[in-house]
Design a protein around this ligand. Sequence first.
Ligand SMILES: Nc1nc2c(ncn2[C@@H]2O[C@H](COP(=O)(O)OP(=O)(O)O)[C@@H](O)[C@H]2O)c(=O)[nH]1
Ligand SMILES: [Mg+2]
Length: 220
Amino acid sequence: MGQRLLRANENLARENRVRFAAAGTFVVNLMSSPGAGKTTLLELTLQRLRKSYKTGVIEGDMYTTRDAQRIAGQGVEVVQINTAGVCHLDAAMVARSLEELREGRYDMLFIENVGNLVCPAEFDLGEDAKVALLSVTEGGDKPAKYPLVFQRARVVLVTKVDLIPHTDFDLEAVSKELRAINPEANMLLVSAKTGEGIEEWCGWLEGMSQKKRAGKSVPG
Ligand SMILES: Nc1nc2c(ncn2[C@@H]2O[C@H](COP(=O)(O)OP(=O)(O)O)[C@@H](O)[C@H]2O)c(=O)[nH]1
Ligand SMILES: [Mg+2]
């Protein structure tokens, strides 16, 4: 990755971060392989939180507006970014989307990154927390193969845990590997099908959002 490109991105990310701090918006950057369950988790999260918190969503995908349509179906404000072949979002794309969001101030802003375990991890968007999803169906070897995204994550969500009995996913072994890669990360087991872990996940978001609103720093 070009160092100049990354430096320019860092400057723009810093500007986004200043803007989010001024608005008291807690910003989450969701990253995973395609299909790990980001949009489904977002739908459930918004169902629980949108009545008590002002929520907005930036949807990143290479093509189509399908995820944005799913989110808009919930009555939540959403902007779609199509990267047209680029495998990640960058801080400039997020800055442009902020202009399109009608509501100036959110308690929580969710950014669904392009489904990819490699490039998104390299680009700071100005978020407070990167959240990595690992679904039990994609194989427990992914954190060791693609460590950066898991190293940079504040929270690792092991998703689709309802499917564990149908897979060879070894939760204990994967947890051990994740802890070795990122001892600081908060690991949660979630299922959008059974609701397992959703309360804990939403509780974490609420706590972080309240801290941010109180002007406390929540470094990502
Ligand atoms: N069994 C099960 N399926 C899930 C769960 N979460 C998502 N899925 C399914 O996984 C597929 C991909 O989900 P999606 O949210 O679109 O993934 P994304 O590409 O990361 O946004 C969809 O068919 C979902 O219904 C879960 O917790 N359990
Ligand atoms: Mg999606």
